[in-house]
Design a protein. Structure first.
Length: 256
């Protein structure tokens, strides 16, 4: 089984952190294929960054090697439904995966994320995923995403303190980490907090393995059917969906 784990930002060191977390939980026989976006922002910290990241995400899905499933390793789940349109294998967003995992093991969870502006994005996802009755709160630490990569920062302390407040003030039974760049923190935090801490990268990898093992693929009827064939203009002309009439080749493998 091959799972492509895509970092939609362009920071290679963050991809390495994400890939290490994914490989640590992958089953024997599962190959983790890390991919870093070749275009877009160095970090995704707002609606504009998310929108601009989708082209790089599409490239990463379309490029070889192909995979049996895909994980979008950004807590905003940018381009998730578009990615599901072009792929036949399951596509998991780490926010959706983490929230579902948390709802299985606690009656209430809190999300601890980075900047205040991304807290709002996480709140939108809570509503979109129908998790209002499970999510006790979304908390921002005001840590820039790339600062998570800085060994001299006090990020761990700030995140730990916010998690402690979530447990006491929100009565949270579990913590969801609201950034793929926190993928290496869950063991440290669990030991300190004594409650389950869910990293979306690892949760998404395990869900992807389960879906592939069950032989389940993305639905190709209705809104997740392959994109309609039509011309695109300007800088996006190369991304025009191909004519798939009488073709069984997935779009993610049809483009070169």
């Amino acid at each position: 089984m091959k799972i492509k784990v895509i970092n939609p930002n362009t920071t290679e060191s963050m991809t390495a952190t994400i890939a290490a977390a994914a490989r640590a939980v992958a089953a024997p026989g599962t190959e983790i294929i890390p991919a870093t976006s070749r275009c877009g922002a160095v970090s995704i910290e707002g609606h504009y960054d998310e929108a601009m990241s989708i082209v790089g995400l599409v490239d990463a899905i379309n490029e070889e090697p192909a995979a049996d499933a895909y994980v979008i390793a950004c807590f905003g789940d940018p381009g998730l439904l578009a990615a599901r349109e072009i792929a036949t294998g399951p596509v998991l967003g780490i926010a959706e995966a983490a929230m579902h995992a948390a709802s299985f093991i606690a009656t209430g969870f809190s999300i601890v994320t980075t900047l205040e502006r991304t807290r709002v994005i996480a709140e939108h996802l809570v509503r979109n995923y129908g998790m209002e009755h499970h999510c006790r709160g979304v908390r921002a630490t005001d840590i820039p995403v790339l600062e998570l990569e800085n060994p001299k920062s006090n990020c761990r302390t700030l995140i730990l303190e916010e998690c402690e407040r979530a447990i006491v003030e929100d009565k949270a039974g579990a913590i969801v980490l609201g950034c793929a760049g926190m993928a290496d923190l869950n063991s440290f935090l669990e030991e300190k907090l004594g409650v389950p801490v869910i990293d979306g990268v690892t949760a998404a990898v395990k869900f992807a393995e389960a879906l592939v093992s069950l032989g389940l693929r993305t639905a190709k009827r209705g809104d997740l059917a392959y994109p309609l064939h039509k011309p695109y203009k300007g800088t996006l002309s190369a991304y025009a969906p191909p004519d798939r009439t009488n073709s069984k080749t997935p779009l993610s493998r049809a483009r070169g």
